[in-house]
Design a protein around this ligand. Structure first.
Ligand code: HPA
Length: 268
């Protein structure tokens, strides 16, 4: 961990971003908008994940986005790739180690609401961990008992909502339910998820939120809706569809983040 922090600090050459962004499936294009970009493949950063999912690039890109210093994680690793829910822990520890205090996570998700169709963006207000696992299992200190009563930071949520309004982008709000994947859900599971209070389902983000709270980072997260969840529309779900549709909502999300960053909202 110290090795990666030192390496990154050296490569960043005085840039000290406090905000980190994690880009989900098909949302990687935002990284092209980073100026003065320093790009470091995860392979060069000790502890960083080797993401094997198509649609995920696997590089850290630091620089400026909409005038603000940022570090972007283009690509994450998922629990379903290896069965380790804590696989993003070293990367998040390194971010905290270089002074990042705010984390914005993005993902692609299936919608449980017909009024939130593919292409929509949803601000995650809270989550349901339906995976049966937790990234802090095995952590031996009492710090493992992390409170999640307000996991998604109120100030960041308000700022993102304000940014969306200013950008003229509709930002839905809802509850994200984490399924382990990699198979998609069944229609029966989606009916259950709805009964339990979910608005969207996906295969990521929740373990990172738990780890980030453990590390004391402020967290916000947004889902780009790529499909109506299983059983809600004709045809089978596919990762191809996720990758095809994500850039559409990703463009809307990028407008929100641009406004959010220009407003200097992360520093509030
Ligand atoms: N289910 C789970 N994860 C997803 C979905 C979905 O329908 N769409 C995109 N990611």
């Amino acid at each position: 961990m110290k090795q990666a922090v030192d390496l990154l600090t050296e490569r960043l050459n005085g840039l000290a971003p406090r905000l980190a962004l994690v880009l989900g499936s098909g949302l990687g294009s935002l990284v092209e908008q980073v100026t003065d970009a320093v790009r470091i493949p995860y392979g060069e950063l000790p502890g960083f994940p080797h993401s094997g999912v198509s649609g995920h690039a696997g590089a850290l890109v630091a620089g400026h986005l909409s005038g603000q210093p940022v570090v972007v994680l283009a690509g994450r690793t998922h629990y379903y790739e290896h069965g380790n829910p804590a696989a993003m822990r070293p990367a998040l520890e390194v971010l905290a180690g270089i002074g990042v205090d705010t984390l914005i996570l993005t993902n692609a998700a299936g919608s449980l609401r017909t009024d939130m169709p593919p292409g929509s963006v949803m601000l995650i207000e809270d989550h349901i961990n339906f995976s049966g696992t937790n990234p802090l299992i095995g952590e031996s200190t009492d710090r493992r008992f992390v409170g999640l009563s307000e996991a998604y930071d109120r100030g960041l949520r308000d700022a993102l909502e304000a940014a969306a309004a200013e950008a003229g982008v509709r930002l839905h709000k809802g509850i994200y339910m984490w399924f382990s994947g990699p198979s998609f859900e069944t229609p029966a599971e989606i009916r259950m998820a709805r009964t339990l209070g979910a608005d969207a389902v996906g295969m990521s983000t929740v373990p990172e939120v738990i780890l980030a709270r453990f590390l004391g980072l402020r967290v916000a997260a947004c889902s780009v809706i790529t499909n109506l969840a299983a059983g809600m529309a004709a045809g089978e779900l596919s990762h191809e569809e996720t990758k095809d549709v994500a850039p559409r909502g990703g463009g809307e999300l990028a407008k929100i983040l641009d406004r959010f960053l220009r407003d200097g909202a992360a520093g509030r």
